[in-house]
Ligand binder design. Structure first.
Ligand code: 2NL
Length: 342
């Protein structure tokens, strides 16, 4: 009779399971505690005839051993499961982790905007080397033999005789385009340029330029004016006025500085335009026939206009930046002000 009961309890222990603390406690109450079925088997000992006590005791001890082992096994199992659950503890209602997001550098944004404006009116992009030979940087562009830009004071030379230098403008790229392409040419050349200047709020030895070139039959000064007029309005706003001031460049004839009405005072006169109401944004002119011929283009058949602007200068005007050095210092207090400009 006892035998049967013990076997039933044993198989119940073997089959027992626990998924959590509550079920573990239920197991403890059922098989481990004093009032459990196993506890009752012990209490039963006093009712067993003396000659059977030893055998019964052995059986009951086996049951207890089995129950204890199973209990430890279940404790381990529940602990491991709760540890795993904790590590996957996920609260989808919590605010997301903050990931700092960078922004577009103001010079990049300015360059992109300039490119966009000219691409829409049919200019393509051209790029070339930053280390240039004398021909592409000076001679093809009609620079006279004794021009000051050919001196060490103004230009970073890498080698002398033959001269190799860091390009002083991106006109060298446009010379390369004219040498390798037939008109019509409508190209925009943005890029880094180098001049031997002392670094200050208004000058840097490294800066960025964008030059434009349009060569075709019957290209005239009116085309130059209208193109730059369109650019100024797109870049600085509908109300912007444009003025061309006679100037001189070795590679254009005639030549003109491009001024726009001051963005800050609208032309009334302030400290940005130094009271004049106008600010300079670049230079321009009709490509000198010598330059066209130097690049293998028939100057009797074709004419062209060209212009050049400093990207830093355009960005400084557009965003009222007072010191050129801010562009290269990469102080996040400066940069983060431009997070939303593109
Ligand atoms: C300025 C003035 C200018 C050009 C650049 C050019 C290029 C070729 C032929 C003729 Cl291949 N001209 N470029 C023309 C006039 C002015 O730049 O103030 N740049 C910041």
């Amino acid at each position: 009779m006892h035998q049967e009961k013990i076997e039933t309890i044993k198989s119940a222990i073997v089959l027992a399971d626990a998924q959590n603390q509550d079920e573990l406690e239920a197991y403890r109450l059922k098989f481990i505690s004093k009032k459990s079925v196993v506890g009752e088997l012990f209490a039963e000992i006093r009712n067993i005839p003396n000659e059977q006590k030893k055998e019964y005791g052995q059986l009951v001890n086996e049951v207890k051993q089995l129950a204890d082992n199973k209990f430890q096994e279940l404790i381990d199992k529940v602990n491991a499961a709760s540890k795993k659950a904790k590590s996957m503890d996920l609260d989808l209602t919590l605010p997301a982790t903050y990931i700092p997001v960078g922004g577009i550098h103001p010079l990049t944004a300015t360059r992109q905007r300039i490119i966009e404006i000219f691409e829409r009116i049919g200019f393509n992009l051209s790029e070339g080397p930053e280390i240039e030979d004398d021909w592409h940087n000076f001679t093809a562009l009609n620079f006279p033999e004794n021009h000051p830009a050919r001196e060490m004071q103004d230009t970073f030379f890498i080698e002398k005789n033959p001269d190799i230098a860091l390009r002083t403008h991106t006109s060298s790229v446009q010379v390369r385009v004219m040498e390798s392409h037939k008109p019509p040419i409508r190209t925009l050349s943005p890029g880094r340029v180098y001049r031997n200047e002392a670094i200050s709020a208004r000058a840097h030895c490294i800066f960025h330029q964008v030059e434009g070139l349009y060569v075709d039959e019957n290209v005239g000064f009116a085309d130059l004016k209208n193109t730059l007029y369109h650019f100024a309005k797109e870049m600085f706003g509908r109300e912007t006025k444009v003025r061309f001031r006679p100037s001189f460049f070795p590679f254009t004839e005639p030549s003109a500085e491009i001024d726009i009405s001051c963005l800050l005072c609208g032309g009334k006169g302030c400290n940005v335009c130094k009271g004049s109401g106008w600010v300079e944004i670049g230079g321009s002119g009709m490509v000198d026939p010598n330059v066209l011929e130097n690049c293998g283009i028939d100057s009797k058949k074709y004419t062209g206009f060209a212009f050049g602007m400093g990207i830093e200068r355009i960005a400084m005007l557009k965003y009222q930046i007072k010191d050129l050095r801010l562009f290269t210092e990469n102080d996040v207090r400066f940069l983060k002000q431009f997070r939303s400009i593109l």
